[in-house]
Design a protein around this ligand. Structure first.
Ligand code: NAD
Ligand code: IPM
Ligand code: MN
Length: 349
């Protein structure tokens, strides 16, 4: 039998709750495949105990796994940014997760704030290792009326080209073959024009992909008024962060939005996580929807080549969503139902 050697970083808040359900479904979805999980004690509790976010030893150990499942990090008791930067972003950067894949699909039966928007099925390819996230900046005269605070967006030709090429190849593999660059080159002229020139150049390698462009502000209009127009969106790290929460909201809510932090070159394990955070407002109450994590498990399975299992998980989620009534269910009730549905769908062995 094959094995999946999985690093599990449940993290903080509802991360703990939703990851438990994701693992149930992962186990139920596979046949003749053994899942070996290694939990990593990372997040607020570890930081309070030791002052550490992610040590070199942690990172070296995590590198050895086939993939990583992450819940969420961030805690009101830890200064904002400590865990987000020191743990989550450090993982994305060190493991070269340059493709942050965030699919948005409107499942039948989902209630959206848009009423009846028609079919929505697009994927945001968010750059994962550059932009304003790299920590290139600083502040002087902090706390004075003359404070200056800079966060410099880093965009390299190498970094932009590799994510743009990945987005083109994803667009080329989809029926509509459409790629939308989202940026703000009317203002951010240096980075914006690098992105635009790169898209134009790489388009020559993918002549059957149709390209268009939207400034990010206008993109937020169309994500609400006409989300069906999007197929593949490629954008930088910060714009991608913002528009994918919006994309989640229009396709049924943040409780359904999955993501993969992908290292397409396979030089390090890829990491799968819900788009949402640790949700301190509902943590510990069994209220979190684990579906985003379960769909992230489906992305993980597909990434590792277990396409049948991934499809079983997606179908179970689609059926569960279609059958949702108005009675609220707990986190583990949803997880149990999905695990049972997935197990039911296993081929007879
Ligand atoms: P959040 O995503 O945690 O919560 C936003 C809102 O969505 C809250 O009202 C929350 O209750 C709700 N929500 C989130 N996930 C849900 C789920 N599965 N089911 C039902 N409702 C859900 O974003 P935030 O409040 O901006 O951030 C909270 C903390 O999480 C911060 O520390 C932030 O830095 C961190 N964060 C981490 C990640 C990550 O680990 N990838 C992502 C986003 C935010
Ligand atoms: C996300 C989160 C993270 C991001 C934060 C917590 C660093 O918002 O995964 O979307 O901005 O990428
Ligand atoms: Mn975000």
């Amino acid at each position: 039998t094959r094995t999946i050697d999985l690093a599990v970083i449940a993290g903080d808040g509802i991360g703990q709750e939703v990851v438990a359900e994701g693992l149930k479904v992962l186990d139920a979805a596979l046949q003749d495949v053994t899942v070996r999980t290694t939990p990593y004690d990372l997040g607020a509790a570890r930081w309070h105990r030791t002052g550490e976010t992610l040590t070199d030893e942690d990172l070296a150990a995590i590198r050895q796994h086939d993939a990583i499942l992450l819940g969420a990090v961030g805690d009101p008791g830890v200064p904002s940014g400590v865990l987000e930067r020191g743990l989550l972003l450090r993982l994305r950067f060190e493991l070269d997760h340059y493709v942050n894949l965030r699919p948005s699909k409107l499942f039948p039966g989902v209630v959206t704030p848009l009423g009846d928007p028609g079919e929505i099925d697009f994927v945001v390819v968010r750059e994962g290792t550059e932009g304003p996230y790299v920590g290139n900046g600083g502040a002087i005269r902090v706390g004075t009326p003359h404070e200056v605070a800079n966060e410099v967006s880093v965009n390299t030709a190498f970094g932009v080209e590799r994510v743009v090429r990945d987005a083109f190849s994803r667009a080329a593999a989809r029926p509509r073959k459409k790629l939308t660059l989202v940026h703000k080159h009317n203002v951010l002229v240096h980075a914006g024009h690098l992105w635009r020139r790169t898209v134009e150049r790489v388009n020559a390698e993918f002549p059957d992909v149709t390209v268009d462009y939207l400034h990010v502000d206008a993109a937020t209009i169309f994500l609400v008024t006409d989300p069906g127009r999007f197929d593949v969106i490629v954008t930088d790290n910060l714009f991608g962060d913002i528009i994918t929460d919006l994309a989640a909201a229009v396709t049924g809510g943040i409780g359904l939005a999955a993501s993969g932090n992908v290292n397409p070159d396979g030089t390090a394990p890829s990491m799968f996580e819900p788009v949402h955070g640790s949700a301190p407002d509902i943590a510990g109450q069994g209220k979190a929807d684990p579906t985003a994590t379960v769909l992230s498990v489906a992305l993980l399975l597909a990434h590792l080549g277990h396409d049948d299992a991934a499809a079983r998980v997606e179908r179970a989620v689609a059926a569960d969503i279609a059958g949702r009534g108005t009675t609220p269910r707990t986190t583990s009730e949803v997880g149990d139902a999905l695990a049972a549905a997935v197990a039911e769908a296993l081929p007879a062995s």
